[in-house]
Design a binder for this molecule. Sequence first.
Ligand code: THU
Length: 139
Amino acid sequence: MADEMTTPADALREAAFSAMENAYAPYSRFRVGAAVRTSNGEIVTGCNVENAAYGEALCAERVAVAAAVARGLREFAEIAIAADSEEPWPPCGSCRQTMSEFSPDMKVTSYARNGSQATWRLSDLLPEAFALNHLRGRS
Ligand code: THU
């Protein structure tokens, strides 16, 4: 049966591609979807949301993280990012910082439209992240 063949990684990837279908990207036409898997196995999705005021665009990864936090979920094991692109791209710097706030060592997997993928540890994408302990330790 198909269900028995579905891995957690498959489910997260499918959730990211499904969220990509809802991307609101009339300006860049670069559609992105993201799905975070929390430490308790829940999946929360996001997509990019652009605006006529271009600088107000929201990235899919930050929308997914914010939606999870709004549900009381703050520990992430993994994020899948699906982009309507030829190659899998790593997340932008702002999204790295936002993800690092909650789960600095989470797994990050990016998919291109043909399914090709790349995986990183967030701590490799954003070494020496600015963090709460830096604020607390200030003199
Ligand atoms: N975008 C994301 O959603 N995630 C990223 O990591 C990089 C960029 C979106 C923002 C904008 O809507 C479009 O892609 C082009 O930059």
